[in-house]
Design a protein around this ligand. Structure first.
Ligand SMILES: [Zn+2]
Ligand SMILES: [Zn+2]
Length: 175
């Protein structure tokens, strides 16, 4: 949802509270594309603190479907975020790009709430997702989900250190 900020930019001291609905229904970035299964409206406060500076504060949460790191079953993960940003409306879009600020949720005086929430969700993305603490993962030979019971493959020597190592690798790939 786009919010047109013209009304508040020229009213020093003005504070508005809105709860826009998110249109966002997937989160995609270099690791993949993840469906948003549930979401709360964003509670957003925009305050004009003077000198054409707007302060954005707010919070909300989205529930995202993310595959378990071990067995790849989709897990519903609730990601809460809080928003705390200052927008200097004296800057042009070009100035912002030069500042290397990732303010691409602001175009002119239009605030893109979905883009803003997207960035916040990425910052709060979980490092590790497991469907359960003791997920058994999938069989490396036949691919069966071992949480649903053993497969017929020859028993491999179990080494709990291997699970720990693969968790470390999955952590590295997200850095
Ligand atoms: Zn799992
Ligand atoms: Zn197997």
């Amino acid at each position: 949802m786009q919010i047109h900020l013209s009304e508040i930019i020229d009213s020093e001291g003005k504070v508005i509270q809105i709860t826009p609905e998110l249109e966002l229904d997937t989160i995609s970035f270099q690791l993949g594309e993840y469906p948003i299964l549930d979401k709360t409206p964003v509670k957003l406060t925009i305050a004009n603190t003077g000198n054409k500076v707007l302060e954005l504060t707010g919070n909300g949460s989205v529930t995202v479907g993310i595959p378990c790191d071990r067995c790849l079953e989709q897990v519903s993960v609730e990601i809460s975020y809080s928003i705390e940003r200052k927008l200097d409306m004296k800057q042009s879009d070009e100035d912002r790009v030069e500042d290397l600020d990732e303010n691409d949720y602001l175009t002119g005086i239009d605030l893109d709430v979905d883009r803003l929430v997207y960035l916040e969700v990425l910052m709060n993305w979980p490092l590790k997702v497991l469907c359960r603490e003791n997920c058994k993962g999938i069989c490396s030979q036949c691919g069966k989900n071992l949480n649903q019971g053993p497969c017929g493959c020859a028993e491999e020597p179990k080494d709990p250190r291997m699970a720990a190592i693969s968790d470390i690798f999955s952590k590295f790939k997200e850095v």
